[in-house]
Design a protein around this ligand. Sequence first.
Ligand SMILES: Nc1ncnc2c1ncn2[C@@H]1O[C@H](COP(=O)(O)OP(=O)(O)OP(=O)(O)O)[C@@H](O)[C@H]1O
Ligand SMILES: [Mg+2]
Length: 389
Amino acid sequence: MTDKTVHTGKNAGGGDVRLTGISKSYGAFTAVQPLDLTVPQGSFFALLGASGCGKTTTLRMIAGLEEPTTGTVFLGDRDVTDLPPYKRPVNTVFQSYALFPHLDIYENVAFGLRRRGIKSVKKQVGEMLELVQLGDKAKHKPHQLSGGQQQRVAVARALINHPQVLLLDEPLGALDLKLRRQMQLELKRIQTEVGITFIHVTHDQEEAMTMADTVAVMNGGRVEQLGAPAELYENPRTTFVANFLGTSNLIEAEVVEAGTELVVTAGGGKLRLPAERCSAPAATGGRLLLGIRPEKISLAHADDEDTIATGRNKVTGRIVDTSFIGVSTQYVVDSPAGGALQVYEQNIERDTRLVPGAPVVLHWNPAHTFGLDATQAIDAGVETVEDAA
Ligand SMILES: Nc1ncnc2c1ncn2[C@@H]1O[C@H](COP(=O)(O)OP(=O)(O)OP(=O)(O)O)[C@@H](O)[C@H]1O
Ligand SMILES: [Mg+2]
């Protein structure tokens, strides 16, 4: 299947999805704050955020299933705000992708065409089943398929209507972790092949980063930051994004020198970072939150401190916990600069002295440090035990 036009059909093109000032209130409660968002045509876009942040509501406003309180939805140049769902060139795959249990896979996929009175469905259904690699399951009933296979039927059933935009609301939520990982790659492949816009809602940051070209991180009804996965990960602009997307060590610091390089003090020691990596204004005497990702940090036993290259940022501490997780070992270090600093070391040559209680020096390249506005909550977006359950 190399001919993209087979799938995108007459709705190929169509343009970007553009939301301008879109918001949704339920009585006094605002689920989505006025939002401006452009999803480029043909891109894989993820809306990422914790439960209740307004992801589904945003998606439903694009689908026409929810009427916005304010604002406009554009598909290309066309204002579709007042169009009912069935008149929008958009299809949705929900978390519970309820296939028709009494119909076989072939007829499940053919459903959208038959409903529109199209008689000769064979070619299109065949192509769709091939696209989702279920050609051999055409005569099976949904209950005879695995969760991942059913999920692919749901995608085929939506794509056969030639939507300009496919909306996916936690479509992988029901699958176990391994199948979820497989389906992430599979959905990405399908999106690349059909070339239409996918807007994918998830609360799983790894899923969003694996699949999407662009991720919008939502928090409390707002988009906090939007960008390519690596850009968001390396340059978070808020504590929420720094903590929600992966793990960040955030250290409270005071600026002592402000030039192209910032020098700060934290826990009695001096640390450096490039001024351009600081998203908050920094003046001498002001406060900052200094951020460093756990995998950017190297760990040395305190006895080896003089072997650390000059020019590195250094923080002393004591190991309080280690967990061996195969590819890496994760250390928790208490330091005058901050409690419970996280360090991930690849398991290449393990230093047997690095056990709980050991005095250590954490060191890293100053260029890997980012700076955030210190007026924010330092633990925003930190996953609680309850969330993780
Ligand atoms: N019909 C409604 N009436 C009142 N409040 C609502 C309604 N629908 C949603 N909400 C509220 O709006 C907020 C956003 O809901 P939404 O379903 O968009 O969240 P979500 O980000 O999709 O969360 P989840 O990850 O749990 O699916 C929630 O606080 C929810 O309780
Ligand atoms: Mg939801």
